[in-house]
Design a protein around this ligand. Structure first.
Ligand code: URA
Length: 281
């Protein structure tokens, strides 16, 4: 085959937004999804492999704190690629397969020292195939920026990789069910085993319960170090909660959790960072 790989990739990329817009606006929905595009790409010879550009990639300045370099590859990039293909074609929850546009694998640096775990993709994430890009995601991106990271430095994933189905209504989100989370968790566990983050931040109670597999209360655990298979786990509020409760005091609680995270990672913390969201005297 003498096709130009870049031209092929460009064609795939140009097709995706059109399909997404059709998916949003047309009934019945078209059948092609990012998953089918991924499958198509996976069937190409390896010389055609080029990562699909994401929103994170498109804002590449500044450069990642932890470069994504192949010279330090310990074999994880290939393993993650294989894992990604399995995740993107997962059919373990038939009801979610039927309702999803695509599986949302996660985004970020395969060498990330910091992993954020959310609950499940919402409508926008399901359409675009990237976690945390809606309003809550934009707030998360600001928190990441305040920590002096970019989305390319860290990794972001969800407990559930498919958008929870909404059989009775067209819009909104529902909480993932414990059985759905338990079914999906092995995918995240494998991502964690390969990425080897030094710290995990669980965003919201559902993320904590999904990871630990047991009920908790945010009042008891927020801001306190837990453990996920040997990795320090910091539970904090979900950014969607902060959007609903925009007081300085609630913002400061999340920020203090992030200061603990930065401290655990041995990152420098400026006086300015120390003072974010403090009540003015
Ligand atoms: N909320 C989540 O928990 N995850 C997302 O990806 C988006 C919103």
């Amino acid at each position: 085959m003498s096709a130009n790989p870049d031209a092929f990739q460009e064609a795939l990329e140009a097709t995706l937004p059109i399909l997404q817009s059709m998916t949003k606006n047309l009934r019945p929905k078209p059948k092609a999804t990012r998953t089918s595009l991924e499958n198509l790409k996976a069937s190409l010879p390896s010389s055609f492999e080029k990562p699909i550009e994401t929103a994170g990639d498109r804002h590449k300045t500044p450069q990642p704190v932890i470069p994504i370099t192949s010279d330090k590859d310990d074999g994880r990039l290939g393993k993650l690629e294989i894992l990604k293909k399995s995740i993107l074609t997962c059919t373990r929850c038939p009801h979610l397969v039927a309702s999803r546009t695509q599986v949302v694998y996660g985004v970020g640096n395969p060498y990330a020292e910091l992993l954020f775990v959310g609950e499940a993709p919402g409508e926008e994430e399901d359409l675009r195939g990237e976690p945390f890009i809606g309003k809550a995601g934009q707030l998360l991106t600001k928190i990441i920026g305040a920590m002096e990271y970019t989305r390319d430095d860290i990794f972001i994933a969800n407990i559930l990789k498919c958008r929870p189905d909404m059989p009775d209504r067209e819009s909104g989100n529902r909480k993932p069910k414990p059985a759905e989370m338990a079914t999906c968790l092995p995918w995240l566990t494998q991502q964690i085993e390969l990425i080897k983050p030094k710290v995990i931040v669980a965003l919201g109670l559902t993320a904590v319960e999904g990871l630990l597999g047991e009920p908790c209360t945010m009042r008891d655990i927020r801001g306190k170090w837990l453990d996920y298979h040997g990795v320090p786990l910091m539970p904090t509020y979900h950014p969607a909660y902060l959007l609903r409760n925009q007081t300085l005091a609630e913002k400061r609680k999340v920020w203090e959790d992030m200061l603990l995270v930065l401290e655990k990672l041995g990152r420098p913390i400026s006086a300015k960072q120390q003072g974010y969201f403090l009540e003015k005297a």
